[in-house]
Design a protein around this ligand. Structure first.
Ligand code: SKM
Length: 164
């Protein structure tokens, strides 16, 4: 969460001439309210159920660049569906860079609300090991959005040519 998936995803989609889908945005559309409100009114489980349903639906469509929420890969079914049907990109940022961004994330990310810095670091490290173990060959770290989008677009095109 807050690693830059949406920013890079939009740039990448443009470079690949594909449509961009943000699963968080689709969930908000489906519930007709922002994510913090969905958590308040319906609870996290309802959010996760909708997230799983939408990842399954969009993940099986061709020619999309999809940004999934930071918690999506905590569900085994999402990992399985994405890895089976999609190329999964991992945006690896360090705890030190993430820590700098936390203050801009806490308002819109209910999972960070009321957490101590130590609890946030624990969440970060637990998730990092799941992401690191569940992606395709593409991983970017310490990136600038434009550079990451260029690098990924070039690498993906090359890999598709090789596998075509
Ligand atoms: O999907 C949203 C939601 O706030 C949950 C989340 C998470 O668990 O990391 C990240 C956001 O993108």
């Amino acid at each position: 969460m807050g690693a830059g998936k949406t920013t890079v995803g939009k740039l990448l989609a443009r470079r690949l001439y594909r449509d961009f889908i943000d699963i968080d945005e689709e969930i908000e559309k489906a519930f007709g309210m922002p994510i913090p409100e969905i958590f308040n009114v319906y609870g996290e489980q309802a959010f996760r159920d909708k997230e799983r349903e939408l990842i399954k639906a969009f993940g099986s469509q061709p020619l999309l660049v999809i940004s999934v929420g930071g918690g999506a890969f905590l569900q085994e079914e999402n990992r399985r569906n994405c890895l089976a049907n999609c190329t999964v990109l991992y945006f690896d940022i360090s705890w030190d860079s993430w820590k700098e961004r936390i203050h801009i994330l806490t308002e819109t990310r209910p999972l960070l609300k009321d957490k101590t810095l130590q609890e946030m670091e624990q969440l970060f490290r637990e998730r990092q090991s799941i992401y690191a173990a569940n992606h395709s060959e593409f991983r970017v770290d310490n990136f600038e959005a434009m550079d990451a989008a260029d690098y990924l677009a070039d690498s993906l095109k090359m890999s598709w040519d090789i596998h075509a």
